[in-house]
Design a protein around this ligand. Sequence first.
Ligand SMILES: *Cc1c(COP(=O)(O)O)cnc(C)c1O
Length: 373
Amino acid sequence: MIPFLNLKDITARHRAELIEAATRVIDSGWFIHGREHEAFEREFAAFHGPCHAIGVANGLDALTLVLRAWIQSGELREGDEVLVPANTYIASILAITENRLVPVLVEPDEASFNLDPDRLAAALTPRTRVILPVHLYGQAADMPAIMTFARQHSLKVLEDCAQAHGAVIQGSRVGLWGDAAGFSFYPGKNLGALGDAGAVVTRDPKLADALRALRNYGSHVKYQNRTQGPNSRLDELQAALLRVKLPHLDADNEHRRTVARRYLQQIRNPAIRLPQRVGDEASHVWHLFVVRVLDRDGFVRHLTASGVQTVVHYPIPPHRQDCYPALQHLDLPITTAIHREVVSLPISPVMSDSEVESVIQAVNAYSPAPSRG
Ligand SMILES: *Cc1c(COP(=O)(O)O)cnc(C)c1O
């Protein structure tokens, strides 16, 4: 079986260095907010350019805490609206509703699966305060157009970078375009920890300062609390492990691009709709390679029988989730069709040429069952 994502092999490449890093933490006797965490924040910021990085416990918290900091600073109020792509992973929406803000779901551009800048104007109301673009599946959203719209309407922009570490648009990495960005280092992401971890990136020093307190009970100085905050700290062990993996991120993304290029060139099957890269090579880091097919169940059965593991990202759109009864009435045909048809092929920094070849052959050998009309 060709695994969808071989985390064991991805991790094994760095085994010796990871053990050395873990040993350093164990021997230091210092496990929270120490040297490794400080160094990772510095290195992750430097990877992006002039900005601040703030380590947090996971990607959901990274997004949630930025919105919470804007509420605490008075820049947002409960009930304010946030424009967000309707086809995103649920965590983007949870960050909004956690803060009693209102998600306004915007249909995506079908070519890129990303927020469609041409649909923003129609979604705008007097309560709109934030745009939350998601660089879904690893492809950078159209940030130049989104930022122009945001500036015209005095909206804040929070980028969800959980699937697009290292993607570049016009020379700038995603995360540096908006007012702030949330990253996840969930193990399966392009930069993954060996557990949960996340970070915020921002060029705003005041927001960075607020977040450093907010993630740690709202405490600026030990035992002094200016605001209320959760415990959302990135621990020394994960920071040390992430420091081992960060220097390999660009090369890993390059390998993903090689796999994607072969899929795009060599998968030829009229029943399969391939993903499109709408920008240049650098704008897509191929977190996922998502194809569309009408008879998804049949396609998945065929691939499984051919020894190829697949995953669906995601089977149920946020507006059809039980946790959001207030969104059920929405009519979002593009999003609904996407969620019905998408399926992700294996892609990873450790996929071999022969594995890629086998996936291509299996996909090309698929033929849909004749429809019963
Ligand atoms: C993974 C992910 C998150 C959440 O990250 P966690 O670290 O799992 O909390 C948020 N948004 C998107 C688009 C994601 O893929």
